[in-house]
Design a protein around this ligand. Structure first.
Ligand code: ADP
Ligand code: MG
Length: 289
């Protein structure tokens, strides 16, 4: 490909709200056949809100929210923001720890508190009572995310949060399919919530409950199967996978780490720009041929 034609493509990209790291990037998009999409913040807005609070027998709703809010106040996760906002004024937390892709822990007053996935609780040998387990399942079946709140060795409540699909995602997925690309939804969230979002936007293939460190392995596995993979993401937890992908696309609304790891940035955080980027590169290269 002649550098001039590629540079013209680069300029057109800027007009479409696509920042391209270098002209050579357009060449690698040509053979892409699979597009792996992060769920939270990429396909969805990532702006979550608290839907409901469920408590274990004898626990107080306000107290569950207050202690969870205290911890989440210290976290940047979209789930954390929703919980912290709903909790309002909260007490201070000590020994705070962010457990990537699992949750958070810390000490509030005299309580050792844990907020996050059930898997995290299992490591502490904490179990849900049947009421909480039911509330969690019902929420997940509706495509929501259920977060468990535990302290001093006992599960005290379940907080249900929900995200919304970006209005532009459905059209973007249709656009990817029209280009003959296979979309795959990749997330650390639970299977049921992931499936619900996938159904909403028209994706059949879902890889859920993937820990942040394992997202890169999913991309490698697809590549080992002979696929040429584009990955679209926004989070710190997507950075390694974005770098590993044959083409990494970052949401401009996402984290700096994700943007740095990518070949392309979709400035407005609109997934339709991913379709434009791939179409543009094909067209640019066709002009050269
Ligand atoms: P995604 O891949 O969708 O961006 P993450 O890998 O960031 O999701 O998180 C995966 C799961 O871990 C969440 O769905 C949630 O259950 C749990 N989790 C992560 N961080 C937190 C937090 N700060 N508070 C509560 N739960 C959390
Ligand atoms: Mg994300």
């Amino acid at each position: 490909a002649t550098p001039t034609a590629l540079l013209v493509g680069t300029g057109r990209g800027a007009q479409l709200g696509i920042l391209i790291k270098g002209p050579e990037v357009l060449e690698s998009t040509r053979r892409v056949d699979t597009v792996v999409l992060d769920k939270t913040g990429t396909v969805t807005t990532g702006q979550m809100s608290l839907i409901s609070v469920h408590t274990a027998e004898g626990e107080n709703e306000q107290e569950v929210l207050r202690l969870a809010g205290a911890l989440e106040h210290a976290s940047e996760h979209p789930i954390a923001k929703a919980i912290a906002k709903a909790a309002g004024d909260v007490p201070a937390v000590e020994e705070f720890q962010n457990l990537e892709g699992l949750g958070v822990q810390g000490v509030v007053g005299e309580h050792a508190v844990l907020v996050g996935r059930e898997r995290l609780l299992a490591e502490w040998s904490v179990r849900l009572d049947s009421g909480l387990a039911e509330a969690k399942k019902a929420a997940e079946d509706q495509g929501r995310t259920a977060v468990i709140v535990a302290w001093d060795g006992k599960a005290r409540g379940v907080l249900v949060v929900a995200d919304t699909v970006k209005p532009t995602s459905v059209e973007a997925i249709q656009g990817l399919r029209a280009l003959g690309l296979r979309p795959v939804l990749l997330t650390g969230d639970n299977e049921a919530a992931a499936r619900t979002v996938a159904r909403e936007v028209g994706i059949d293939e879902v890889i859920a409950e993937v820990l942040p460190a394992d997202k890169v392995d999913v991309v490698k596995r697809l590549q080992d199967e002979g696929r040429v993979v584009a990955m679209v993401g926004d989070g710190v937890n997507d950075a390694a996978a974005l770098a590993q992908a044959d083409l990494g696309l970052a949401m401009g609304t996402g984290t700096d780490v994700a943007i740095e790891a990518s070949d392309l940035t979709l400035v407005r955080g609109d997934l339709r720009a991913a379709v434009d980027a791939i179409r543009l590169s094909r067209r640019t290269l066709a002009t050269i041929k």
